[in-house]
Unconditional design. Structure first.
Length: 308
């Protein structure tokens, strides 16, 4: 009976779909800085509050029904979109930036969940998770102290992912590629192996490429083996001019180049959904959505669902 009731609900876990739990960048509504921006009367922050709706973006995160979340950062985000925690059995992380990875929120989830949850992430993210389980900041002594509460051993053990790896996650097959992100371009210093993911299931393929600037040649070579039904690209800076060497993200001009690169290589299936996400807080949704729609690109918003 419970199953039948769930199927009548707005969000049945048995449907095949993805849902954006968040589509914002590091400066979005979830950031600790946002309330201060409102207090200072910053126009972009005030406009978001005034317009509301699709302009309000939380940290970028994706739910892939029935049981996968990419970049879990808070319980609130799941609750806001009626995704019960008990449904989550797999969590993947793209990288350790705070708009994608909040280790204490994950530790709480792992601690309280009644179901086993598998965590998949780079060795860098897993080291950060281990660190947060072991230490917390102690202001009076200006140093970390050992946490007494969190277990250091994870059950099931987290699954380290390196660029180029392919592995099963629930009913999906996942391929990881190295993102063009967290790289000091001028000095060719890779600070962290940030990941973009391809999910394949039921004969369909989804690319989730947040965060990344132009795809690295080796990563594009791997992506060229797929034909995508859904491709989610980094559109962080909207209409703002940016330096591709410095940002690790894309603006609309770079996004168009990337989409063209995929079109030229024939990587989109017929009727593929091309989506921009990870949007900074200075763009209004309606303006950017209209601009992108003319280029065949959908602008993601929090709660948006696509069949997959
Ligand atoms: Zn980000
Ligand atoms: Zn990032």
């Amino acid at each position: 009976m419970a199953d039948q009731q769930e199927q009548h609900g707005a969000a049945s876990r048995y449907d095949s779909y993805i849902q954006f739990l968040g589509t914002g960048a590091a400066d979005c509504h979830d950031s600790p800085e946002f309330p201060h921006r409102l207090q200072r009367g910053e126009s972009a922050a005030l406009r978001i509050e005034e317009l509301g709706g699709k302009n309000v973006r939380r940290y970028s995160s994706l739910y892939i029904a029935p049981d996968i979340v990419v970049d879990f950062t808070s319980h609130d985000q799941l609750r806001a979109h009626d995704v019960p925690e008990e449904w989550i059995r797999h969590i993947l992380y793209t990288h350790a930036h705070p708009d994608h990875f909040q280790p204490r929120a994950l530790l709480r989830l792992l601690h309280w969940a009644s179901q086993p949850i598998n965590v998949y992430a780079s060795p860098t993210v897993l080291a950060a998770l281990q660190f947060a389980a072991q230490y917390e900041w102690d202001p009076p002594v200006a140093n970390f102290r050992v946490r007494p509460d969190w277990p250091r051993q994870f059950d099931p053990p987290p699954f380290p992912v390196n660029p180029g790896d392919a592995f099963a996650v629930g009913s999906a097959r996942v391929s990881a590629v190295l993102a063009n992100h967290q790289i000091d371009a001028a000095n060719a210093i890779l600070a962290e192996p940030a990941l973009n993911f391809v999910f394949q299931r039921n004969g369909k393929a989804l690319l989730y490429a947040l965060d990344s600037a132009y795809f690295l040649p080796g990563s594009f070579e791997i992506l060229s083996r797929f034909q995508f039904d859904i491709a989610v690209f980094d559109g962080t800076f909207g209409t703002r001019d940016i330096d591709p060497a410095a940002s690790g993200h894309q603006n609309v001009a770079m996004l168009e180049d990337t989409v063209q690169q995929f079109r030229d290589a024939g990587l989109f299936r017929h009727n593929a959904k091309i989506v921009a996400s990870h949007i900074y807080s200075e763009e209004s949704h309606a303006d950017l959505a209209n601009l992108l729609a003319a280029k065949g690109i959908m602008l993601a918003y929090d709660g948006m669902r696509i069949d997959f």
